[in-house]
Write a protein that binds this ligand. Structure first.
Ligand code: 8YV
Length: 323
């Protein structure tokens, strides 16, 4: 029997590309360009499996391609709001993701952003590189400490819990959170955290708000102008989830008016475009979607995709099927 034909839409870590090449008839995107809608349609027509990433928009128009050969979309990443799951299901496509393996690194990055924005690390770096540093003084770039402050988590899944643990055990923060379902306290292990009913309840208490819910659907603009206004004056917003969870224009306004102390963002509404208002603000830390970007995690994500594909083409249910 001939080996399944698979297409990777971007370059992946070498070890994973090698493993996929051993197992499948594998086509790589050798120059790593972002694929157009037409290229994605062609991929669905010509390959048994398409392996997308967050940079591929697999909406209903793309998935409506005639006579697709593809039977599985094995996504590289845990978030899959770039895939229209309903449309994929309607075309008989199985969808998988890569949960678990990027929890720690994404949580580390959320803490990186919290520390950078609270301690004004980006401002300090820019000052030194611009040759503007005039020397130590007691009032220079004074920031905010994390210890003793309240962290509000929106979405207490794996990543939300990993952020809360670091913040509490590492930095002495109090934790409150909102989650779609009720979490029994024993699920939280050593974490002392209070579940609150509504997002607004969290916003009313938190000095730092960190977003860890999925993007898309009902979560689009979850942090809209009204919710941003419901944050404590002088609070910080951290987003390592998906850009569309925040209304970026409303965030720019809240920051410009000085209602919020700052924001740390790893994700954006229309990546790789960043709202010009954000670029102009000193109290905003901007990272180019680096949440899972460590060698260890990016390899583990790829190997997780391998497991899902092997199961699927063996006729078993893939371990991480989400649609
Ligand atoms: C990935 C992410 O790099 O897994 C996710 O949901 O946001 C990132 O860690 C990206 O999605 C890869 O597709």
């Amino acid at each position: 029997m001939s080996r399944p034909r698979i297409l990777l839409t971007r370059r992946w870590p070498e070890a994973v590309e090698r493993r996929l090449g051993e197992l499948f008839d594998t086509t790589l995107n050798t120059d790593d360009h972002r694929m157009s809608a037409d290229e994605l349609r062609a991929a669905l027509r010509d390959y048994d499996a398409v392996l997308p990433t967050v940079s591929d928009r697999l909406d209903s128009a793309v998935l409506a391609v005639e006579a697709p050969r593809a039977r599985i979309l094995a996504n590289y990443g845990v978030g899959y709001s770039h895939i229209d799951i309903e449309a994929a299901r309607a075309r008989g496509l199985v969808v998988t993701n890569t949960p678990g393996v990027l929890t720690d690194c994404t949580a580390d990055l959320a803490l990186t952003l919290m520390l950078m924005v609270a301690r004004r690390a980006g401002e300090g770096e820019r000052e030194i590189r611009a040759g503007r540093w005039t020397g130590w003084r007691p009032t220079h770039l004074v920031g905010t400490r994390l210890g003793g402050k309240t962290l509000g988590i929106i979405g207490m899944g794996r990543i939300g819990q990993a952020v809360a643990l670091r913040a509490q055990h590492g930095f002495g923060m109090k934790v409150v959170f909102q989650n779609r379902s009720r979490l029994a306290p024993e699920r939280l292990g050593t974490l002392q955290a209070t579940q609150l009913e509504r997002v607004e309840d969290v916003l009313a208490q938190a000095d730092f708000v960190s977003l860890h819910c999925p993007g898309g659907g009902a979560n689009r603009h979850l942090m809209n102008a009204a919710r941003l206004a419901a944050m404590k004056p002088g609070a910080f917003l951290i987003n390592t989830a998906r850009g569309d969870v925040v209304d970026e224009a409303a965030l720019v306004e809240a920051l410009q008016q000085g209602r919020l102390a700052g924001a740390g963002l790893d994700v954006f509404e229309d990546e790789p475009r960043v709202h010009p208002g954000l670029l102009a603000l000193e109290n905003v830390v901007l990272l180019p979607h680096l949440g899972s970007a460590t060698r260890e995690t990016r390899e583990a994500m790829g190997m997780r995709v391998v497991d899902n594909l092997v199961a699927f083409f063996d006729g078993r249910q893939p371990p991480d099927q989400v649609g």
